[in-house]
Write a protein that binds this ligand. Structure first.
Ligand SMILES: C[S@@+](CC[C@H](N)C(=O)[O-])C[C@H]1O[C@@H](n2cnc3c(N)ncnc32)[C@H](O)[C@@H]1O
Length: 178
């Protein structure tokens, strides 16, 4: 988890979107790294998860939003960082979710897609669980980084290790001219 937070290059005053916050596990670390004035927007489609997270991490610096990333209607360029921890395979439309992430980042902002478990284990776990998550697949990190490039990101770190998965990608700070 420390490795993931380090990859997010957090710092004081940053506005961070925590996608699929679940029970809010990442929230304390993000609050600490962005103190004293940074803000976390914690997003999750599950009202139950949000209720648990809100109870566990009451803070005036956290805004809780019930939504899928694909349908999130935030302000363009609102966030300095977007963190997707253990959520990427659950997007029902990954291309659309990544498009929303791109639009929601400030120019120069960073998207972090990470799992603190290796890809093979995640995919095997989802396949075995069946039902709603059976087809939730985490692609090879190199393939995801190609997808991000097509959307307009600049991929930076790409790791597909047995126990760690990480792709970071920046929204370029200038739009290339043709
Ligand atoms: C395995 S949990 C990860 C929770 C948290 N990020 C963590 O690090 O512990 C995945 C979460 O993603 C949420 N989720 C599922 N589909 C989503 C989507 N399309 N957009 C945003 N969050 C989603 C689920 O409701 C669930 O709370």
């Amino acid at each position: 988890m420390a490795r993931l937070l380090a990859a997010a290059e957090l710092g004081p005053g940053l506005r961070v979107l925590d996608v699929g916050t679940g029970n809010g596990r990442l929230v304390p670390g993000i609050l600490e790294a962005t103190a004293p004035f940074g803000e976390v927007t914690a997003l999750d489609p599950s009202e139950n998860m949000l209720a648990v997270a809100r109870r566990r991490h009451p803070s005036p610096r956290v805004r809780w939003i019930r939504a899928n990333l694909e349908e999130f209607e935030g302000r363009p360029g609102e966030f300095h960082r977007i963190i997707c921890h253990a959520v990427f395979p659950h997007f029902f439309d990954a291309g659309r979710a990544l498009g929303v992430a791109h639009r929601s980042l400030v120019p120069g902002g960073l998207l972090v897609i990470a799992h603190t478990v290796g890809r093979d284990r995640i995919n095997a776990r989802h396949e075995k669980a069946g039902g709603a998550v059976e087809t939730d697949v985490l692609p090879p990190a190199g393939k995801l980084s190609d997808t991000l490039r097509r959307i307009g990101f600049h991929p930076e770190r790409v790791r597909d290790e047995p126990d760690f998965y990480l792709v970071t990608a920046r929204r370029p700070s200038t739009t290339p001219t043709r």
